[in-house]
Design a protein around this ligand. Sequence first.
Ligand code: SAH
Ligand code: SF4
Ligand code: F3S
Length: 454
Amino acid sequence: MNNLSFVLKSFGCQMNTYDAVRISNLLSKEGYRPVVDEENTDIIILNTCYIREKASSKIFSELGRIKKIYKDKGKNLPIFVILGCVAKAEGDNVFKRAPFVSIVLSSQKYHLLPQLLQQVIDDRNNTSSLNKRKKKLHLINTELSGLEKFDCLPPVKNSDKVAFIQVQEGCDNFCTYCVVPNTRGREVSRPIKDIIDEATHLNNLGVVEINLLGQNVDSFNGIDENGNKSNLANLIKKVALLPNIKRIRYTTSYPSKITDDMVELHKLEKKLMPLVYLPIQSGSDEILHKMNRKYNTQKYLEIVQKLKSANPDIQISSDFIVGFPGETEEDFQKTLDIVKKVRFIQCYAFKYSPRPNTPAQKMDNQIDNQIKSKRLHILQTELRKIQDDFNKSCIGKVMSVLFTDISKVDSSFIIGKNEYLQPVIVKADKSILGSIQNVKITDASYANLKGEII
Ligand code: SAH
Ligand code: SF4
Ligand code: F3S
């Protein structure tokens, strides 16, 4: 057993957060120690995101920043590891841009990390004992191998009440702006048994809320025990049988792929939370077409209507991209119009970022950055206003809250999330941590709700 310490920093989406838990569990099993102090560690691991230019350039600035800390102190550099979507997209180029990095692995190959780390450690030991400079060892594997990693990972160790389970890897939608089909590969669903085994294990560890993850989770089609393909609704029904699991969410939905079975399940299954994350991206049919999103605004509104008729408590959250190539003022106005119609309660809005090897990068009429910034500001102001209104409309209501954290500002306050993932703060004893309570909402701001346990 070695006793080396590692710092693992994860960027990007919930897939990466899930992967980070599994990577940390894997290394801990091999005797590595997770620590948080990046200035005093043996290994630095960055689990990276490539979705927008900012996300990927941040990785290289992080590398430079951390390296400088060690250089300035005259200390030996830690072993640097790059995992995830930047690893896949940049490949060997990572070593050109940052030669001090030792290991580069795609998000489907991180189970190889212990053996590659051992190679680097052995190499370092040999190099120092021989006291001669060798060429630095650069190890790389950026293949996409679907579900292989799941067969090589130890069971999840989890002490949190909320957990993710990745149920699907990759994406086949090929939106013209998006790198995910390249960085995560083709869509493939895990077998039902594997997912239920993982969910049962989490149930037994005391997890209360499970979020089932996939980039296109409504197309889930994992095989069941009889070798037949099963859909997301059937999977959720099975997870809902686990007694400790009180709340189930699924992320991310592709609007036109939501099945009637899922709509029906929102009517019947009380454990299924009434918040549907259904990214629309734009309110203009022309832009949606250019994005290769396979729905138009009318279809989108019909799906929202179906969901709300099945369960009137349902609220919708979304992502938006502004300044997609060719987006006119009129197109942008249509986005504002649909925002006012649907009244999304939580959203992320981004300026379109041209990405390498995507069709949209080569499209005519790229939009000027100043216009993108202006549109982003207008959209965010509108989204914020609607979120604020929704939060205020909660005052006086009784909501169910899963409490998970003690306030950092004042430890007599406990924080949790309600059905709609809004943070709710109550004055209460620590003993409520981990439980779901009914809370009467007494106050609301844009950022959070306040209430009293009843
Ligand atoms: N699979 C999900 C989203 C995955 S990426 C879906 O299809 O909805 C998360 C979000 O990043 C997207 O919803 C989109 O809004 C944004 N995004 C992806 N590529 C982008 C790009 N090139 N520029 C700006 N935003 C982008
Ligand atoms: Fe990217 Fe589109 Fe797939 Fe979402 S659905 S991950 S935006 S290609
Ligand atoms: Fe980023 Fe990869 Fe997720 S590019 S958004 S970490 S799938």
